[in-house]
Design a protein around this ligand. Sequence first.
Ligand code: SF4
Length: 377
Amino acid sequence: MLRTSSPILQPIREKVEAGERLSLDDGVLLYQREVPLPELGELANLVRERKNGNFAYYNINTHLNPTNVCVYRCTFCAFRADLRDEKGYWMNDEQILARGQEAVDAGSTEMHIVGGLHHQAKYDWYRRVLSVLHEAYPELHLKAWTPVEIDWFARQTQKPIRWVLEDMIDAGLGSLPGGGAEIFHPEVRQQICEHKADSARWFETHRTAHELGLRSNCTMLYGHIEQPYHRIDHLIRLRDLQDETGGFQTFIPLAFHPDNTGLSHITKPSGPMDLRTMAISRLMLDNVPHMKAYWIMLGVGTAQVALAYGADDIDGTVRHELIYHDAGAETPEILSVEAIRRLIEEAGREPVERDTLYHRVERDGSQWQTGAEIAVG
Ligand code: SF4
């Protein structure tokens, strides 16, 4: 039983305590200012601790954005470059392998790979990004390509999404990241990224990936032009697919960073809005095991507090993050393992290193191996 008792929250509190599912109307109500944030956090924490106890997970990972040149022009994106742009780049095998070596030397268990849709890069180059890494560093889990990229590859090859995913698995693909989701509702999507893969294509990609045995993550980009209704609609669409497949591991709410984007007039979401969105996401997505407080976007302090507002994962050490730093993120580009563990402990949680697929990681000096799969209540 919870200690707090604001009348506006009473019906929802009863549902959460009974383990009942929240409706679209419930979710929209939770965004009203009259709903006290600390009480909302307390409810989300109840669900978080039911599922994940006092643990807070992290991994040792490295990012690779093999090109920033992109045919699309999403209004919220500060990362992309035009073909002849000074800041545009396109990595060769040597550069990609150097990044892999750096990852392995740093003890990374995962490489997170996403990037632009280069006008001149053929499908075989994108496939090769995975195959050269996988052949050289088979122990490194490759979490790669959003549905926007998979959709692009399907267009390039004139093949179905299933074929692309199977071919990428053959090249070394281990799981899918959660990006490219933005906001699914067409009222918003049409305005911020009208040309790239739509929500139907996003869901087709993840459904097919789950059918092929891949696990994936899911995200929501909030704090730009969308309204609370669009956010809750977004979360319910994710919840529906999770009911079908059970393939999502982690939800990551992504706070919009406006600098250097086509939406630079918008003020970025406040700390309380970040915490409210984390808590509501935890309450709405009752079937997703993990919620990630992505410290790169939230800032370290808010990410720590978010561990009491529904989050049980803080992402990883991260190195070479470009996408949100191009958009004005002021966080460091890397945190040491000691710093990650300390910030989790400062928040009163027990740090646990995990691999991409949520197995415990056991280390002995520079060697590591995966242990048992992490159980979720
Ligand atoms: S968000 Fe992705 S698809 Fe859109 S412009 Fe940026 S790199 Fe391209």
